[in-house]
Design a protein around this ligand. Structure first.
Ligand code: FE2
Ligand code: FE2
Length: 190
């Protein structure tokens, strides 16, 4: 039985209380879905991988990516899902290398969604009308969202053999789909 979105939601809620982490999970999920659709892959599966990638972050930060397999087994997650989740910390907290295209995408968009969120929050119109250029401008400003590892994003794009600009556009498209839910859309009443 494949993991359902409902099971993923319950597992996430069991181990995470932070609303910002939830928004991060949703951001990565929506971009993973967008990417899967574009490549003719399974959007539900890619989305769930994205949604669950930081499952162990809030409660087990010291064991990030190493505690995840145990938690994911609670919902009988397949090895493919577990491997993908562990690989997102490659080179930082994990030695599981991203191999599958899905994993390379996850590795790349994890950081990228952070940069897009930070950029959108600076703009009155938030995600509305945001362009690759808006993101690139903030990318170059090293003091802005300094915690976002730009090198990791370019390394990920190289792994995917994609132009960084194309990955940014894909992530913008994915996040725009649920921008109101992410709190990244202007309040229409304003
Ligand atoms: Fe992580
Ligand atoms: Fe993450």
């Amino acid at each position: 039985m494949p993991v359902t979105r409902q099971q993923a939601e319950e597992l996430f809620r069991k181990y995470n209380e932070s609303e910002s982490l939830y928004h991060h999970a949703l951001s990565v999920e929506t971009v993973m879905r967008e990417a899967a659709e574009r490549y003719g892959e399974d959007p539900e599966f890619w989305g769930i991988v994205g949604f669950l990638h930081d499952i162990d972050w809030e409660k087990f930060p010291e064991e990030h990516c190493r505690k995840a397999p145990e938690l994911l087994k609670e919902i009988d997650a397949p090895d493919e899902l577990i491997h993908a989740v562990c690989s997102h910390g490659y080179g930082l907290v994990s030695d599981v290398k991203p191999e599958h295209r899905m994993e390379k995408m996850l590795y790349t968009v994890d950081e990228l969604t952070g940069l897009i969120t930070a950029t959108a929050l600076m703009r009155p119109e938030k995600m509305k009308g945001i362009t690759v250029k808006s993101i690139k401008k903030k990318w170059k400003d090293k003091s802005f969202a300094a915690g976002v590892n730009r090198t990791l994003i370019s390394d990920g794009a190289a792994m995917l053999e994609m132009d960084v600009n194309d990955v940014i556009q894909l992530a913008i498209d994915g996040m725009t789909r649920i921008a109101p839910q992410l709190g990244l859309w202007p309040d229409e009443a304003e």
